[in-house]
Design a protein around this ligand. Structure first.
Ligand SMILES: Cc1ncc(C[n+]2csc(CCOP(=O)(O)OP(=O)(O)O)c2C)c(N)n1
Ligand SMILES: [Mg+2]
Length: 333
């Protein structure tokens, strides 16, 4: 878990640097090697590491718009994922998805920028596993801002009524962009949403990876053994703005400080030390993780960009007739 967590944290620190290239001073979001939005998950790593510890490649995971820590913990190919984030042809989705739309069929991972969108497909994957008589499970990660969405509530119902092997994991970071949780949701503990659907709900009150691993271990074993779904909530901390470039003018300074002080990575490192793991071993793990990340980023940056003609390949609809004949350069409806 420590290795997954330091990999995710260092990966995002490196992406942060790459992202800012060419965007300043006026913060041109379309410029630089990573155009578009970038949502980083520093402070969320305990939840993905603790949950994915129990998963196999044939289990399905869906994640929201803040997906890198989950993708890394699920074992998504780091090189192809990085190439995707840089919009390169050899990326997971041939450079067309970007950082919020990663899809890796080798380890059954998908994410989406649409809030709560991952819940129905996770229920679908769980239903498929049940119908095929396998013991695979599905896990949907979502934020606290997604727990009032219809897609999530309908998914809880379907999962419960069909007793499906699915676990929902709410990452509660207290914020949905600039909206504090208590202004839009009337339960402090989101896992209580489970009560209305007659399924177990549990909240892990701190971003302690070991506590998450214990709770997730029970939930995933329950799903794998054919005993149905569970809803988990994990308290995490948003150590950064909602997305890169967010000045966080809406957020009290004390809250930013509080999040920075509660570092789940330092916590697990202390835990490991108290169980006799030497600093040398921790350094070795960190160095290995850094090397892997550095390799993935330099590989991705050397990859070719897709050619404009590929824009209409691997999409659900054919190009409009006019676009097909003039290469799509005329704009249109
Ligand atoms: C259906 C839908 N509504 C609104 C948005 C815009 N949006 C993007 S992120 C976000 C807040 C998400 O908050 P939360 O679920 O708590 O995740 P966090 O960003 O805190 O990790 C919103 C409203 C969206 N992407 N999809
Ligand atoms: Mg949130």
């Amino acid at each position: 878990m420590y290795e997954q967590m330091v990999t995710a944290r260092y990966y995002e620190e490196q992406l942060q640097e790459e992202y800012l290239v060419g965007k300043q001073p006026a913060f041109d979001i379309s410029a630089g090697p990573i155009p578009g939005e970038l949502h980083l998950a520093a402070g969320h790593e305990a939840s993905s590491a603790g949950v994915c510890l129990h998963l196999r490649d044939d289990d399905t995971v869906t994640a929201p718009h803040r997906p890198h820590h989950v993708a890394i913990a699920k074992g998504v190919d780091l090189k192809k994922m990085t190439a995707e984030i840089f919009g390169r042809k050899t990326g997971l989705c041939r450079g067309k998805g970007g950082h919020m739309h990663l899809f890796d069929p080798d380890v059954n991972f998908a994410c989406s920028g649409i809030i709560a969108q991952g819940c129905p497909p996770a229920v679908g994957a769980a239903m498929a596993a049940k119908k095929r008589n396998t013991d695979s499970v599905a896990v949907a990660f979502l934020g606290d801002g997604a727990i009032d969405q219809g897609g999530f509530l309908e998914s809880l119902n379907l999962a419960s009524v069909h007793d499906l092997p699915v676990v929902f994991v709410i990452e509660d970071n207290d914020w949905a962009i600039s909206m504090p949780k208590d202004r839009v949701t009337d339960v402090e503990d989101g896992s209580r949403r489970a009560w209305g659907f007659d399924l177990p709900g549990e909240r892990v009150d701190s971003d302690d990876a070991v506590a998450v691993a214990e709770a997730a271990g029970k939930a995933i074993a329950r799903a794998r053994d054919g005993n149905g779904p569970t809803l988990l909530e994990v308290q995490v901390h948003r150590r950064m703005g909602h997305f890169m470039g967010d000045a966080e003018a809406y957020r009290p300074e004390a809250d930013i400080e509080r999040a920075k002080q509660l570092d789940s990575i330092e916590r697990i490192a202390d835990d490991l030390r108290s169980h006799g793991v030497e600093d040398d071993e921790l350094d070795e793990i960190r160095e290995r993780a850094h090397e892997r990340v550095d390799d993935a980023i330099s590989w991705a940056k050397e990859q070719p960009e897709p050619s404009p003609e590929e824009a209409y390949e691997n999409v659900f609809t054919n190009p409009p007739a006019k676009a097909a004949t003039d290469g799509g350069n005329q704009g249109g409806d």
